[in-house]
Design a protein around this ligand. Sequence first.
Ligand SMILES: *[C@@H]1O[C@H](CO)[C@@H](O)[C@H](O)[C@H]1NC(C)=O
Ligand SMILES: *[C@@H]1O[C@H](CO)[C@@H](O)[C@H](O)[C@H]1NC(C)=O
Ligand SMILES: *[C@@H]1O[C@H](CO)[C@@H](O)[C@H](O)[C@H]1NC(C)=O
Ligand SMILES: *[C@@H]1O[C@H](CO)[C@@H](O)[C@H](O)[C@H]1NC(C)=O
Ligand SMILES: *[C@@H]1O[C@H](CO)[C@@H](O)[C@H](O)[C@H]1NC(C)=O
Length: 538
Amino acid sequence: MTKLVLYLLPLIISCNAIHPGPVVRATKGEVWPKPQVEEKTEQYYTVRPHGFNFKGPTNIGCPNLLNDAFTRYWTIIATASSLERRGRLHEVGRKPKTKFWKADSNYLGDLTNLHVQLDDCASEYVLPAFGDNENYTLSVTSEGASLTADTIWGVLRGLETFSQLIYLEQDTLIINATNVNDYPRFSHRGLLLDTSRHFIPIYIILQTLDAMSYNKFNVFHWHITDDHSFPYKSRTYPELSDEGAYHPVSKVYEQSDVSKVIEYARVRGIRVIPEFDTPGHTSSWGAAHPELLTTCYTNDKPDGDLGPMDPTKNSTYDFLTKLFTEVVEVFPDSYFHIGGDEVDFTCWQHNPDIASFMKANNISTYEDLESYFIQHVVNLLDSLNSNYLVWEEVFVNGVTLPDSTLVHVWRDNGHETLNSVTKAGKYGIFSSCWYLDHVSSGGDWEKFYECEALDFPGTEEQKKLVLGGEACMWSEAVNEYNVMPRVWPRASAVAEKLWSAGNVNDTQAAKGRLEEHTCRMNNRGIAAQPPNGPGVCL
Ligand SMILES: *[C@@H]1O[C@H](CO)[C@@H](O)[C@H](O)[C@H]1NC(C)=O
Ligand SMILES: *[C@@H]1O[C@H](CO)[C@@H](O)[C@H](O)[C@H]1NC(C)=O
Ligand SMILES: *[C@@H]1O[C@H](CO)[C@@H](O)[C@H](O)[C@H]1NC(C)=O
Ligand SMILES: *[C@@H]1O[C@H](CO)[C@@H](O)[C@H](O)[C@H]1NC(C)=O
Ligand SMILES: *[C@@H]1O[C@H](CO)[C@@H](O)[C@H](O)[C@H]1NC(C)=O
């Protein structure tokens, strides 16, 4: 065995010769995330933006959503064409454009329309919601092109696919005759963005939503507050951001900013779920309201520090009732993320009032004390008719949760936890191996791609309780200048795990497609970083 390896060694080394050109060649007109069913032929149309139109039903509701989407995607196609033309003008001495399609038997002519069929979109204002039908079928045949879906959300996903099927061949946009029948594998496909550790300005959040729509993500999990800053400008308690934001004017989200994000997301079929993490991760709340937090003691004396929220005071819950009543009104999604992770018990352990409260209420562990707190928050949200997500600690510590709760699994032994969550009949959302702040060298999307949410030994029934997952961008080391390339295209790997069929798991086969998708995002103005080493976007 050893000998064999030694003999092979020189061979292996000689195979490592470096060839000029990109390490991974981009595919052409391949869709990311990969559709469930896709059949392509060698027949093709040319697409000239100025001779191309989307044709939609005119006499149904949601006209704005449809028309906005048509405008966006027409612009995307026109930009792909004009970028190319600009590039060509700058290439000195290049031979003039060939009309390669002339006299090609596969050529079907110019594609002039995409007919969009949508039967049911009755109301003027529709909001994406959990479990929406996002199915669509797209067909480009010698008869023309059509897109059919039951909902506006399916149409949006289908338009994205259509735009990705179009690619440049010798200076001309073309689209192959293709049949796509597509639907998501999971209904909760999220990206968490932490806007507390570093403030992320609105224009970057809007770019993030654009990029999410290019990857068919449908949940923007806005981790809006944390220890370091409180940028949400509350109507009820403006002092929280006046005192707790990094800057009371330039580093806050005004109510109008929040509405802008929600609307921008809505028209792209993306839900916005806010997270106001408690009882830990709340230091910034204490800048204006120190009474919410536990006074820490050293040697039986207050030491000037404040810990997690004080679970013993009714005033804490009164405060949260007022704030969360506002938040549930401001964020129209029926889900709210109430946090509940990483509560540090040391401050509670030394505070004498906490000790006497626990004694009086027969609470013997700090886990139980945390549960007592969360139970209040959970009851509060129930009374506000909101559903919620909680970090896994809340489940692990045994808080009584209604079956509608989504348990967000994030720690290292995530598959095991998902197994116990679903065994207990609760819904799971998976993030354990999709932490975008865990950076290794090069285009490290592969480790995200090679992690499968359902890779735990549960029953089929249990696996149905896993509703999806989220890629998480914690912002300790990112701000507005590097967050886009940190997230993209690494989160694209997660997008494909959540949308495409479970057997789409071949990293090698994904490389060329991700190379193309990254260039596509770049061409659309997204500062995605290179995924695969040396290469070029043309
Ligand atoms: C798309 O059409 C082009 C032009 O005929 C052809 O070269 C290519 O192989 C087709 N792609 C697929 C996947 O069939
Ligand atoms: C979407 O299509 C898939 C596959 O055909 C099907 O299983 C699923 O029920 C469809 N979803 C809806 C909401 O119709
Ligand atoms: C806090 O509220 C509980 C339940 O409503 C009540 O029994 C208790 O007396 C209150 N404590 C104080 C200090 O007001
Ligand atoms: C206190 O709690 C323990 C278990 O948590 C229970 O066995 C005991 O009966 C309780 N005591 C009172 C006075 O409620
Ligand atoms: C990929 O999916 C197939 C089909 O589900 C499965 O048999 C195979 O083990 C998976 N491969 C990896 C590396 O997970």
